[in-house]
Design a protein around this ligand. Structure first.
Ligand code: KG4
Ligand code: ZN
Length: 338
């Protein structure tokens, strides 16, 4: 019969993203409008600005993506609209959710609401056709640091999360301390590659606690103390070394807690997602751990780790196949827990 086509819409934070997916994992077209340059002067995402930028970007992006997917008559050709309705910024979520509701009503196409974290884990489904539950998924982004046990699609257990800052947030704050701009993750990643990770012995957060729990705010403060000491002693800041030392501790914590999650559950398939999933040290570290300990490690390509519409379409398609439907009365939930 007809190929099943899902339109995915994501506006939970500062990326407007739209995609058309055929079946569970074939990408027909994907588009993204980034607001990085709008927020950079402010050193972080400004919610009101994000909302306004989504409003400007979403319809042109939608038309562009439908066009590239070869869809002339969405009402006839699309089978499903999937949209992120939380967690995220209310003003940002509203733009995607209201657009999706309007399209679903106008086209008479069913609508499903998608949890952003479930979306992130579906990056792995799109990237790896052979991935079957149960598996663990380490989700590390600007807003989240969590390890999920995926018992089945639609059946998730959060094994643990962060007590304070998210991993990406820590990268961004450290970059800010070092005057490297926003967002900091990619820059710190790049500079760390040429630095000495042993230059500054920063503490690995909650190391040895034996629980799946993260904390990154103390690590950020440890970087601040190093900077203050260097300044007091009148020494130059070895930026690469400091980036590498921070990254060593951050990645060591992510790897250690993944190890704990594997021990707790006996599940030896480990997937990665979220913006920090694009980090080269984390990707290399997970591959190494996997090879050493006999895990199967799944790494989506970097553009599926960061926020995108494809993962939302894939998660929505899976929900729909499991019988989930939404009427237009649902509201965005900025703190929707999986
Ligand atoms: O998933 P994402 O695009 O948006 C959220 O849902 O938060 O993640 C964005 C976060 C930012 O904090 C950014 O600095 C971080 O991911 N990030 C990285 C890298 N690329 C993006 N962090 C470390 N290394 C990277 N290569
Ligand atoms: Zn995200």
């Amino acid at each position: 019969g007809d190929p099943f086509l899902t339109l995915g819409i994501e506006t939970s934070c500062d990326d407007t993203a739209v995609a058309v997916l055929e079946g569970p994992r074939r990408v027909l077209a994907a588009g993204l409008s980034s607001q990085v340059e709008d927020h950079a002067p402010h050193g972080g995402v400004v919610p009101e600005l994000a909302s306004r930028k989504h409003q400007e970007a979403i319809l042109p992006l939608l038309h562009q993506v439908l066009d590239r997917a070869g869809i002339r008559n969405p009402a006839r050709e699309l089978h499903l609209v999937a949209v992120t309705s939380g967690p995220g910024l209310m003003g940002s979520l509203l733009v995607g959710v209201m657009t999706a509701k309007a399209l679903s009503q106008a086209w008479e196409v069913p609508l499903v609401s998608v949890n952003h974290l479930e979306g992130h884990l579906f990056a792995n489904v799109v990237a790896h056709g052979d991935l079957k539950p149960p598996f663990l998924c380490l989700i590390v982004s600007g807003g989240h640091t969590e390890i999920l046990l995926v018992r089945a699609f639609g059946d998730y257990q959060v094994l643990g999360g962060t007590r304070d800052d998210a991993a990406g947030e820590a990268y961004d704050k450290v970059a800010k301390l070092l005057g490297l701009g926003y967002p900091g993750g990619p820059v710190v990643d790049r500079l760390a590659a040429t630095g000495n990770p042993e230059a500054f012995p920063l503490p690995v957060p909650l190391s040895g606690s034996g629980v799946v729990e993260f904390s990154f705010s103390g690590l950020k403060t440890a970087v601040l103390w190093v900077l203050k000491r260097l300044e007091k002693d009148g020494l130059p800041v070895p930026v690469e070394d400091l980036c590498a030392s921070f990254q060593r501790a951050a990645v060591a914590s992510l790897l250690e807690k993944t190890r704990v999650a594997v021990e707790q559950t006996g599940v030896r398939q480990v997937a990665l997602s979220g913006g920090v999933g694009a980090n080269s040290a984390l990707r290399a570290g997970l591959e190494e751990e996997g090879a050493r300990r006999g895990w199967r490690v799944y790494l989506p390509p970097r553009d599926l780790c960061t926020d995108n519409g494809v993962m939302i379409a894939a998660a929505g398609y899976s929900s729909f196949r499991r019988g989930i439907r939404c009427d237009v009365t649902f509201a965005p939930d900025p703190s929707w827990e999986l």
